[in-house]
Design a protein around this ligand. Structure first.
Ligand code: C2E
Ligand code: MG
Ligand code: MG
Length: 568
C-alpha cells in the first residue's frame, strides 16, 4: 500500500466514509471536515471549514444533564492528550431539538509529544435513540391512554417520596377506581369501554399541576401522585375529580353516568415508602367504594388488621334497619321575645354492650359505609313524626336535622324531603336543615343549587359550625340560608379569651350583614349567655339553655316558662 497519496485522494476517502470526521488544530479551530460531518451538521462545506461545526447551544450527557466543556470529547482529547472513545453526546438546538452523536476523539502528537491536532469521528445516532426512547415509552406507558403505567408510577412515587423527605414536604397518593365500569364494558363492548377509559383519563388529567403524575394502573384503575399536597389538598383534588366525572359520558350516543371512588394516603403520616402508601391508598379506596362516587382518607381503624370497625358497621346497619336509632332534641331559644323556638334533632345510638355511642363516632362510620343515606332518612322520618305529634299538641317547634355532605350532594335530596314532608303531613316551615360550613367548599355550585331547591320547597337551612371554614364572602352572600351557627369552640372560650369573644362579635355582624340570623351554640353558663346577647346574637343553644333531651321531655321543659311562637 502506497504511503504517499495525494490530498485529493485522502479527501475522497474521507468523503466516502459514513461517519463524520472533523480535524481541529491545537487552538480548536476546524481545519478539515468530511462530507458526512457536513451532512450531519447540515451545513455547506465552506461554512463548516474554519468554524465551530455546531449551531447547537448546549451539549448534554446521555442522562440529560449538561456536559461541561472539559468533558466534550475533542476538548478532553486535547487537554488530556489521550484518546476518548464512545462518548454519547447530545447537542441541544435553541428550539429544543436534540441531536445525539456517538463520538471518538483521538489526539495526533508532534515529535515532542504535544497535541498538534485532534481527529473527531462521530455517528449520528438520533434515530436509534428515538427508537430506544419509544421502546422505553411503550414499556412504561399504558398504550390506551398514553399515561404512565404501574411500574413508571411506582418509580415516580419513589422519586417523589425521596424529594418529599428531603424537603420535609407532604405528598399525597390517590388511588381511583370507576364504579360499575364493568357493566358498560359488558353491555357496550370493549371498544366503547376503551373510549370511556380514555375520556376518563382526560378528565382526571385536566387541571393538574405539572409536577403531578397520573397513571393508569390497569382496567378501570387510576392513580395520582400529588407532591406537596397534604390531606386537605388531596381531598380538594379528589372532590374536583369526582365533580369532573359527574358530567355524563357519551357512550354510543347515549349519556351515561360514571362514578369514581377515590382512596387517599398521605406521606409521611400513612407511610414513607411507595409500597405502604400504595397499599393504604388502595385500602382507603375500598372504604370509599362502599359509598359510590366518594373519597376516603386512609384511617388506621379501617385497616382490617387493626380493628373491629367492620363489625361495628354491620351492627350500625342492623340498628338503622331495625329502627333502633334514637333522636334527641336540643332547644334553641331567641334572646329576644318573638324569635321562633327551634329544636335541633341529634341522632343517638344506644348500643347493647357499648352503651351510648356518640354521633361523632358513628356518623363518620355511616358516611364511610354508605349507610348515611338510610340514617338520614330514618332521622328525618322520626323527626317529622315527632313534629306531627307536637303539632297535634299545639306546640309549634321547628326541628333542624343535620345533613352529611353525602346527603347534601345527593341529587335526590329535595325529592326525598318533599316526599317525607307529605307523608308526615307537616308544612315545610316546621323543618330546617343544618349543614356545616366546610361542606360548602366541596362543590360550591352544586350546593347552591340544592339549597335553592330546598328553599323553594319552603325548608330553611342554617350553616353549622360557622367560623372554622374558609368560605368566601362572595359565596356566602349568594347562599339561600336563614342562619349561621357560630362554632361552639369560639362561644365556649368567650368569657376567658378576648380573641374568641371578638370573633363571635365579628361573625355576628357578618351574619347580620348577609341578612342571616345568628345562633350561638355551646352556651354552658350565664356569663357566656350574657356575652352572646351583648354581642348581638339572635338565638342561643347549649347545656345552659337546655341539654339534648328525649321528645317527651320537651313539653315539661317548655312548661318552665320557655315560650314558642307560631310557625307558618
Ligand atoms: P352539631 O350539629 O354542631 O350539634 C351540636 C352538638 O353540640 C351536639 O353534639 C350537642 O350535644 C353538643 N352541644 C350542645 N350544647 C352544648 C354545650 O353547651 N356544650 C357542649 N360541649 N356541647 C354542646 P352531638 O349530639 O354529640 O352531635 C355531634 C355532631 O354530630 C353534631 O354537631 C352533628 O354535626 C352530628 N350529628 C348529630 N346527629 C346527626 C344526624 O342525624 N345526622 C348527621 N349527619 N349528623 C349528626
Ligand atoms: Mg348541627
Ligand atoms: Mg354545630
Amino acid at each position: 500500500m502506497s504511503t504517499s497519496r495525494s490530498e485529493n485522494d485522502l479527501a475522497a476517502i474521507y468523503d466516502a466514509m459514513a461517519c463524520g470526521v472533523v480535524v481541529r488544530d491545537a487552538a480548536g479551530a476546524v481545519v478539515f471536515a468530511n462530507a458526512a460531518a457536513k451532512r450531519i451538521f447540515g451545513r455547506a462545506p465552506e461554512e463548516l471549514d474554519g468554524v465551530e461545526p455546531t449551531g447547537e447551544d448546549r451539549r448534554i450527557r446521555e442522562d440529560g444533564t449538561t456536559m461541561p466543556d472539559d468533558e466534550v470529547p475533542n476538548v478532553a482529547a486535547q487537554t488530556r492528550g489521550e484518546s476518548i472513545r464512545n462518548v454519547m453526546m447530545g447537542m441541544v438546538r435553541a428550539d429544543g431539538y436534540v441531536r445525539w452523536l456517538l463520538v471518538d476523539a483521538v489526539p495526533i502528537k508532534d515529535a515532542f509529544g504535544r497535541v498538534r491536532e485532534v481527529v473527531s469521528s462521530f455517528t449520528d445516532v438520533t434515530d436509534r435513540k428515538k427508537a430506544e426512547h419509544e421502546l422505553e415509552r411503550l414499556a412504561l406507558h399504558d398504550p390506551l391512554t398514553g399515561l404512565p403505567n404501574r411500574s413508571l408510577l411506582l418509580d415516580r412515587l419513589e422519586q417523589a417520596l425521596r424529594t418529599a423527605r428531603r424537603l420535609s414536604t407532604p405528598l399525597a397518593l390517590l388511588v381511583m377506581d370507576l364504579d360499575r365500569f364493568k357493566e358498560i364494558n359488558d353491555t357496550f363492548g370493549h371498544p366503547a369501554g376503551d373510549l370511556l377509559i380514555r375520556e376518563v383519563a382526560e378528565r382526571i388529567s385536566a387541571d393538574l399541576r405539572e409536577t403531578d403524575t397520573v397513571a393508569r394502573l390497569g382496567g378501570d384503575e387510576f392513580a395520582l401522585i400529588l407532591p406537596g399536597a397534604d390531606e386537605g389538598g388531596a381531598g380538594h383534588v379528589a372532590q374536583k375529580i369526582i365533580a369532573a366525572l359527574q358530567r355524563p359520558f357519551d357512550v354510543e350516543g347515549r349519556a351515561h353516568e360514571i362514578a369514581i371512588s377515590i382512596g387517599i394516603a398521605v406521606s409521611p403520616q400513612h407511610g414513607e415508602d411507595a409500597e405502604t402508601l400504595m397499599r393504604r391508598a388502595d385500602m382507603a379506596m375500598y372504604v370509599a367504594k362502599r359509598t359510590p362516587g366518594g373519597s376516603a382518607v386512609y384511617a388506621e381503624h379501617n385497616d382490617p388488621e387493626g380493628s373491629n370497625q367492620l363489625a361495628l358497621m354491620a351492627e350500625l346497619r342492623h340498628t338503622i334497619e331495625a329502627d333502633e336509632l334514637h333522636v334527641v332534641y336540643q332547644p334553641i331559644v331567641g334572646f329576644n321575645e318573638g324569635e321562633v323556638m327551634r329544636v335541633e334533632a341529634l341522632a343517638r345510638w344506644r348500643h347493647p354492650s357499648r352503651g351510648l355511642v356518640a354521633p361523632g363516632e358513628f356518623i363518620p362510620l355511616a358516611e364511610r359505609s354508605g349507610l348515611v343515606q338510610s340514617l338520614f332518612s330514618r332521622v328525618l322520618a322520626m323527626t317529622l313524626a315527632q313534629c306531627a305529634e307536637w303539632k297535634r299538641a299545639n306546640v309549634p317547634l321547628q326541628a333542624a336535622v343535620n345533613l352529611s355532605i353525602r346527603n347534601l350532594l345527593d341529587p335526590d335530596l329535595p325529592r326525598i324531603v318533599g316526599v317525607a314532608l307529605e307523608r308526615a303531613k307537616i308544612p315545610p316551615g316546621w323543618l330546617a336543615f343544618e349543614i356545616t360550613e366546610t361542606m360548602l367548599m366541596a362543590e360550591p355550585n352544586r350546593v347552591l343549587r340544592t339549597l335553592a331547591e330546598l328553599r323553594d320547597l319552603g325548608v330553611q337551612v342554617a350553616i353549622d359550625d360557622f367560623g372554622v371554614g374558609y368560605s368566601s364572602l362572595a359565596y356566602l352572600q349568594r347562599l339561600p340560608a336563614y342562619a349561621v351557627k357560630i362554632d361552639r369552640s369560639f362561644v365556649g372560650r368567650m368569657t376567658r379569651d378576648h380573641g374568641s369573644s371578638e370573633i363571635v362579635k365579628v361573625i355576628t355582624n357578618l351574619g347580620h350583614a348577609l341578612g342571616m340570623k345568628v345562633v350561638a351554640e355551646g352556651i354552658e353558663d350565664q356569663a357566656t349567655y350574657d356575652a352572646c346577647a351583648a354581642a348581638g346574637c339572635d338565638s342561643a343553644q347549649g347545656f345552659f339553655v337546655g341539654r339534648p333531651m328525649v321528645a317527651t321531655a320537651i313539653p315539661a321543659w317548655l312548661a318552665q316558662g320557655h315560650r314558642t311562637v307560631t310557625i307558618n
